[in-house]
Design a protein around this ligand. Structure first.
Ligand code: GLA
Length: 675
């Protein structure tokens, strides 16, 4: 039996707790301070396999009993981890074939974590044994409210290229392609004489003298995501059997490349995500918003768990910049605004040794007489006051297509330009929608698009016939579509469909592409309307689409750069160059107007505005990332102070306000009210 609700009566607040790094005397103080900070959930045991099973088959769980009992006594619930992200040294020594191997053939050493090959049967068996031990012992423990399997699958080790994986890959290929003739067709092995006559001839895409078959690489990316998923499923199924009724999760890194989280999201009871700011990026709160929106979208709109973020600096970036006063609070509440019902950190107490001792924590080295601690306790109190927000749903205005497979395929070698990158394109479009104060859901290209007036499709290189039909139906039915360059190029095997680009998207976009015309490094092209593109241009041949903006110079001078195609009751826009910033914003504004999304241009820049609607109440999150106070037309009761707010809400620089009202504060949907 699977459960989808975490048994807690408030927003979850806490973080990773690694008591094994400390003498037992410290634990009581930990629990006392957790209470003081409002912590109600901690994740325990993530990397403690070597301590729980110090030798094969010898289990020492008494210390974990004491930790869980102590936490329960202090009113802190537990997210109990299976420790399988860190196999003990004895295991690797005894089972050397479980060591991962890189694409270059290097066998990886130990002394770190994630030192396992996902296809290793020895690893699978050892994981099953320790998972069973934990499940049998703690299934009925009153502190247990959530199971946490492994940690960030695919995070450190994206794929393994060992011989065990080679054999597993062949089995996976048989299941996908059926027979060798089909595989040879799908992979286009007639090119360069790669025809396979025996399954055993097939290898992982290891380093070779030159570019390895792209279809083989794409299938290996799929296989690797599935291989980690099989690891997750094995542990999950043991937990479900032995600990029924307790939800099971694993922590995603939603905006990272190696894992196809659309496939994974169906397999977890609750979606959990880890997010760390790229500290040096200006406006990195927009990146945070994107990760949060993607997490919620993976969860199908349901509330999700922010499993990890940081109170201040991390330790693994080139320059680990501390958060400014107020930033941690804005970050945390922005995740809640975008659907998180749990705010957790890595980690509770500052480590004194090991790889992560420079990482910020909830309880800093300086102890409780510190700004960080005061911020942590204040946030705990505020989240407690926001308990009614739980379960409410974020109201989105538009959808952006997100596709891990397109990301994998687009970035293989030997494309027209290596300067066109998938995540950059998604983030560029997302950023403009954020700045337009639009809230975005991410969708799989074949997902139901009903309810979205505007669907944005950044560089969907890999477009299946089903995806193309889906996007076309959206437009025919009255929706607006905006597609950016290098979309509709290849099918699921990275092969071109018949005819010109953009393949299956020709009909909806009303155009063909004579030739992609990538630009030199640093070269830009001028467009009508004062816009400039870079990286990419195309010879666009309209087949029903009208030119909205033309190229004024560059290799496609005089030709259409941005087009619009009326189809059925809707319209499809196409942008054939790389636009960014205000230039992209101007085109998106016009597509928004086409879609009937009224402009919110009057809202202050830097103000994040997100609405969550619950049973009978609507929560308007106003997060001011700017240096100046912001004022917006809105009414309600301040959810944190209880103060009424009539007509206009002031949000001082750097702060957050949450207004609760019994009715949506600006009416349903776009353009229905004051903002
Ligand atoms: C990841 C891991 C954590 C910790 C943090 C540090 O998210 O899951 O165990 O190492 O990074 O930022």
């Amino acid at each position: 039996m699977s459960a989808t609700k975490i048994r807690l009566d408030a927003i979850a607040y806490g973080g990773d707790y690694n008591p094994e790094q400390w003498p037992e005397e410290v634990w009581a103080e930990d629990v006392r301070l957790m209470r003081e900070a409002g912590v109600n959930l901690v994740t325990v045991g993530i990397f403690s396999w070597a301590l729980l099973e110090p030798a094969e088959g010898r289990y020492e769980l008494a210390w974990l009993d004491r930790v869980l009992d102590l936490l329960h006594g202090g009113g802190v619930a537990v997210d109990l981890a299976t420790p399988t992200a860190a196999p003990p040294p004895w295991f690797t020594r005894r089972h050397p074939s479980s060591r991962p191997v890189t694409r270059e053939g290097h066998v990886l050493g130990i002394g770190a974590r994630a030192t396992f090959c996902p296809s290793s049967p020895d690893y699978a068996a050892a994981c099953a044994r320790i998972t069973e031990q934990l499940a049998r012992r703690y299934a009925g423990h009153p502190a247990l409210v959530l199971w946490h399997v492994n940690n960030e699958y695919g995070g450190h080790l994206h794929a393994c290229y060992c011989d065990v994986c080679a054999a597993a890959f062949r089995r996976w290929l048989r299941a996908r392609h059926g027979d060798l003739a089909a595989l040879n067709r799908a992979w286009g092995t007639a090119v360069w004489g790669q025809r396979y006559g025996d399954w055993d001839e097939i290898e992982p895409p290891r380093i070779a003298p030159t570019a390895v078959n792209p279809a083989q690489q794409l299938d290996y990316a799929r296989f690797s995501s599935d291989a980690f998923l099989a690891c997750f499923r094995r542990e999950r199924d043991i937990l479900r059997r032995l600990s029924p009724g307790v939800p099971i999760t694993t922590n995603f890194m939603a905006t990272s490349k190696p894992i196809d989280y659309w496939r994974w999201a169906r397999e977890v009871d609750v979606v959990a995500n880890d997010h760390y700011l790229t500290a040096e990026l200006p406006d990195n709160h927009i990146d945070l918003a994107m990760a949060a929106d993607l997490s919620r979208s993976l969860a199908g709109g349901r509330p999700w768990v922010l499993m990890e973020h940081s109170t201040s600096a991390v330790n693994w970036q080139p320059r680990n910049i501390a958060k400014r006063p107020g930033e941690m609070r804005r970050n945390s509440l922005a995740h809640v605004a975008r659907g998180a019902d749990a705010v957790l950190f890595f980690q509770w107490r500052a480590a004194a040794a090991g790889a992560e001792k420079f990482h910020s924590t909830m309880l800093p080295r300086g102890g409780t007489d510190s700004r960080q601690w005061r911020d942590v306790t204040r946030l705990g109190a505020e989240l407690a006051a926001l308990r009614d927000v739980r379960g409410s749903r974020v109201v989105a205005d538009a959808a952006v297509v997100w596709d891990y497979e397109s990301w994998w395929a687009l970035e293989l070698e030997w494309r027209p330009s290596g300067d066109l990158r998938y995540l950059e394109r998604v983030a560029a479009h997302y950023e403009r929608l954020w700045r337009a104060h639009l809230t975005v859901d991410f969708v799989h290209p074949e997902a139901d698009l009903a309810g979205y007036r505007l669907v944005v499709v950044p560089s969907l290189y890999l477009t299946t016939p089903a995806a193309a039909a889906n996007l076309t139906a959206h437009v025919r039915g009255g929706g607006t579509l905006l597609v950016s360059c290098f979309s509709g190029i290849a099918d699921a095997n990275d092969a071109f469909p018949p005819g010109r680009h953009p393949g299956a998207l020709r009909e909806v976009l009303g155009l063909e592409i004579e030739e992609p015309l990538p630009l030199r490094q640093g070269e830009t092209v001028r467009l009508e309307g004062g816009c400039r593109g870079d990286v990419w241009a195309e010879d666009v041949l309209p087949r029903g689409a009208e030119a909205v903006l033309r190229y004024l110079d560059g290799p496609a001078a005089g030709g259409p750069a941005v087009t619009r195609h009326r189809l059925g009751r809707g319209a499809a826009w196409y942008v054939s160059t790389r636009l960014a910033g205000d230039d992209l914003g101007r085109v998106l504004d016009r597509a928004c107007a086409d879609a009937g999304l009224a402009s919110r241009a009057d809202l202050p820049a830097g103000l994040e505005v997100v609405r969550r609607d619950g049973a009978g109440a609507s929560y308007l999150f106003l997060i001011n990332h700017g240096d100046e106070d912001a004022e917006v037309p809105a009414s309600g009761v301040d959810a944190l102070t209880g103060a009424p707010c009539e007509g206009r809400a002031c949000v001082p620089a750097g702060t957050v306000r949450i207004l609760v009202s019994s009715l949506p504060p600006w009416g349903e949907g776009w353009g229905g009210g004051p903002i």
